[in-house]
Design a protein. Structure first.
Length: 99
């Protein structure tokens, strides 16, 4: 199993419409065939010192293995998402894990 988790910090000057477009763009990544499961969301309303709630949108993709991950990275849907929305974020953090 390969877990690909991405956290996005969006530009503060985005309109609500642009933020919604971005969230729809993130959701479009669920269509990539090499994924086993894909989850998207925003920070939960939890409050403990160890929790980072500073990001705007989170994406977690479950894939079978690294080959599936590599196919995900090369998929045209993924490339289109980056091309369309790269200027919407100010920071991205990616955490990949295998299990």
């Amino acid at each position: 199993m390969f877990i690909h988790t991405v956290y996005f910090w969006l530009r503060k000057d985005l309109t609500e419409e642009q933020r919604n477009e971005f969230k729809e763009g993130v959701d479009s990544l669920k269509q990539i065939p090499s994924t086993t499961a894909t989850y998207t969301g925003v920070p939960a309303d939890t409050d403990r010192p160890v929790i980072d709630r500073t990001y705007d949108v989170a994406l977690t993709v479950v894939l079978a293995d690294k080959a599936a991950h590599d196919a995900y990275q090369d998929d045209p849907i993924h490339h289109d998402f980056i091309k369309r929305f790269a200027d919407y974020w100010i920071q991205v953090r990616i955490y990949d894990a295998v299990g």
